[in-house]
Design a protein. Structure first.
Length: 204
């Protein structure tokens, strides 16, 4: 790494989605769980261990999330760096990943991803031509925890899928509606032509 502020990777002791939701209850902005935890919230059962917790928030709403987590420090991640973000400063426009440090515990608690789009439209960060109504892409658990539906989650995971991503795919597919599978297949064809998941998603 070119620069690293804060504790190492072994300091990841993430919150659960429920714990994050409790802390963000007063933020007053939309957000949703993404990544592996989003899969588990969708299927409604444990799928695999999770070493972090990722949420997504619109970039203009980042200050509200930061204010809701007052007392924690934010670190911008990317470009070979983990760099402390001074109070009152916005993350650079070319960075979207921000780790939340629990200062007292010396523990990383959450990864806040900044996304494009707006309150009504979900936009795929890696290709803005891939978009959908936010209401169709973000769902909630019975307890009210918002999460990115699997068609969006798996689209992100398709860039460089490893064993854990294959586990997540297998967990989601039996529960995905035909329309969600079709949307994901079309998005994969655009973002990753020839991706092996396309055949898997469209099978059956």
């Amino acid at each position: 790494m070119a620069h690293w502020d804060g504790p190492g990777l072994d300091a990841w002791r993430p919150w659960t989605p429920a714990a994050a939701a409790e802390r963000l209850a007063g933020a007053g902005v939309g957000w949703c769980v993404v990544g592996g935890w989003a899969v588990e919230l969708f299927v409604g059962r444990p799928v695999r261990p999770h070493h972090d917790l990722e949420i997504a928030v619109l970039r203009p709403d980042f200050p509200a999330v930061r204010a809701a987590l007052a007392g924690h420090r934010f670190h911008v991640v990317g470009g070979g760096e983990v760099r402390a973000l001074p109070e009152g400063e916005e993350p650079p426009a070319d960075r979207h990943q921000n780790w939340v440090l629990d200062v007292g515990a010396r523990a990383w608690r959450m990864d806040v991803m900044l996304e494009p789009g707006d309150a009504t439209t979900w936009v795929f960060r890696r290709d803005p031509a891939i978009a959908a109504p936010r209401a169709t892409m973000v769902d909630r658990t019975p307890a009210g925890i918002p999460f990115l539906r699997p068609e969006g989650t798996l689209l992100f995971k398709a860039k460089a899928p490893g064993p854990k991503d294959e586990i997540d795919l297998a967990a989601c597919l039996p529960r995905m509606a035909p329309a969600a599978r079709s949307w994901l297949a079309d998005a994969l064809r655009r973002a990753h032509p020839g991706h092996p998941w396309i055949e898997v998603v469209t099978a059956g």
